[in-house]
Design a protein around this ligand. Sequence first.
Ligand SMILES: CC(C)(COP(=O)(O)OP(=O)(O)OC[C@H]1O[C@@H](n2cnc3c(N)ncnc32)[C@H](O)[C@@H]1OP(=O)(O)O)[C@@H](O)C(=O)NCCC(=O)NCCS
Length: 179
Amino acid sequence: MEQKSMTKKKFVSESRVIMTELVLPNDTNTLNNLMGGRIMHWMDIGSAIAAQKHSNRIVVTASVDNISFGKPIQLGDVVTLESSVTRAFNSSMEVHVKVKAENIPGGKSEDTHSAFLTFVAVDQGGKPIDVPEAVPETDEEKELFAGALRRRQLRLILAKRMDPKEATELKSLFDLTNE
Ligand SMILES: CC(C)(COP(=O)(O)OP(=O)(O)OC[C@H]1O[C@@H](n2cnc3c(N)ncnc32)[C@H](O)[C@@H]1OP(=O)(O)O)[C@@H](O)C(=O)NCCC(=O)NCCS
């Protein structure tokens, strides 16, 4: 799938969303840790808002890449989710969400996990519609932008929407690792 020409551009920083939540008893499991479903819900909401801000459109979640929960988040922690559009394609946008948990009285803060989600901008009839290009400025934004094409190809292959033979970016990655 080739990228169409896009008339409008927006900086990645223009649509960044910081969302903060407090882990309450109703968000936790019987070990007093934040439930996976609740954090996934917050990740979906924060990143959907970033995609909406980027596109100024209604967006739908098309896919969520692998999420691993390495560290538990505890009752009473303050959870901060930072969502940024890494790259826009035609109607779809990849969003990176970084999650941080803070125990404020204990003075502890740690990055717990991150994930990539893909949103598609749609019109009132639910038909995909083109979105502005996302322009990275910082080194981190540029790195995420560069890797987005490779991740897109991988997820489209897994969704059986792309023939692996067409995944040129992925192929070049594997060629490099074989050197
Ligand atoms: C996402 C959706 C709009 C795609 O519609 P479609 O008719 O398949 O449209 P297209 O084939 O033209 O694809 C549109 C875009 O979606 C992307 N897409 C489709 N499936 C995808 C997937 N599984 N992962 C990542 N991107 C995907 C395509 O790559 C394409 O991107 P591009 O325009 O940037 O090239 C449609 O499948 C849908 O409405 N799904 C349900 C969404 C939903 O209900 N989400 C949960 C609630 S918000």
